[in-house]
Design a protein around this ligand. Structure first.
Ligand SMILES: C[S@@+](CC[C@H](N)C(=O)[O-])C[C@H]1O[C@@H](n2cnc3c(N)ncnc32)[C@H](O)[C@@H]1O
Length: 298
């Protein structure tokens, strides 16, 4: 069994090297072999490699070649950093690599990264899940060379009316805008296209389903862009005066009791702990309820 070295499949984030996790940076610093997706990961990140590390750009390598380099290094007891863009779990072609590593009994670990989806939301200054606007995010792509599984066409997904984050599809902007309108999104639905987020030439284009395709064509954007569709990306939501119908999250509401704060306490001191609590899948309890905060609870 080839099991002397170790392979790390690393999410490098959207491009900005400062969005690497500390763990990713440490592994890249120490790796003997770096194989990085040089179409989407900047050279600067591969440049963290130590002196003497072997560095490969993978954009012109086919999977067998990538895996040959990987296996050879592992057999020599070396550490391999396979650096991919964003988070490896999204459109990362990660499974096919893991299957080979599993079949060969190679020790490997995945290091998550900041997906372009979240980097784009940050660049746009939007929350993808706004109470009573959208509580669901669908990450998808338009059908192209890769066929969509049954029930996952844009028309099927559009039925939910939720926030859509569409990868790998900006060349199909006209078709997407038409399909979404045909499927029920109003023509004035806000859309943002985020091009090369985290790179020096980042561009953000905002519009609606009615005009975004033309704007994207005029900006000559044909790759490395994300399309985000839905009311949650309406820039007017940021204006406190613009829309009184926007509900605030129960999480920080003074009227709600939850594990870390009683209603009416008026203090947000424990808000971060409350967020952790909600992230665990527990419901925030509306008043009136018996306060759940008991001595000794943490
Ligand atoms: C092969 S997928 C990789 C996605 C990646 N795993 C992630 O989590 O962001 C490549 C697609 O992700 C999106 N993408 C990746 N990096 C991007 C960036 N810096 N800005 C905007 N979109 C990006 C684009 O839709 C691009 O076509």
């Amino acid at each position: 069994m080839l099991n002397h070295g170790k392979v790390y499949i690393i999410g490098a984030g959207p491009g900005d090297p400062e969005l690497l996790t500390l763990k990713a940076k440490r592994i890249i610093d120490d790796a003997d072999v770096i194989i990085y997706a040089d179409s989407l990961v900047p050279e600067e990140i591969a440049g963290f490699a130590k002196d003497g590390a072997r560095v490969y750009g993978s954009k012109e390598m086919a999977l067998p070649e990538i895996m040959d380099v990987t296996m050879q290094a592992v057999a020599e007891g070396k550490t391999v950093a396979r650096i991919q863009s964003g988070d490896p779990a999204l459109y990362g072609a990660t499974l096919e690599q893991m299957r080979i590593l599993e079949a060969e009994g190679v020790d490997y670990e995945i290091i998550p990264g900041v997906s372009a989806a979240f980097a784009a939301a940050a660049a746009l200054k939007v929350e993808l899940t706004v109470p009573e606007v959208s509580q669901t995010v669908i990450m998808t792509r338009a059908e192209g060379r890769v066929p969509m599984p049954e029930g996952e066409s844009l028309v099927d997904l559009a039925r939910h009316g939720s926030t859509l984050v569409i990868f790998l599809s900006v060349t199909r902007m006209f078709r997407i805008a038409n399909q979404l309108q045909d499927a029920g999104y109003p023509a004035d639905t806000p859309v943002a296209v985020a091009y090369r987020v985290g790179w020096p030439d980042q561009q953000i284009i905002r519009g609606t389903l009615a005009d975004i395709a033309r704007k994207v064509r005029d900006a000559k954007i044909t790759l490395q862009a994300l399309i985000i569709v839905g009311k949650a990306v309406d820039p007017n939501l940021l204006d406190p005066a613009s829309d009184e119908r926007v509900a605030v999250s129960h999480l920080y509401s003074d009227a709600y009791t939850h594990l870390y704060r009683r209603a009416g306490q008026g203090s947000h001191a424990d808000a971060d702990r409350a967020e952790l609590y909600e992230a665990g899948g527990y419901e925030v309890q509306p008043e009136p309820t018996t306060p759940t905060l008991a001595a000794g609870d943490d």
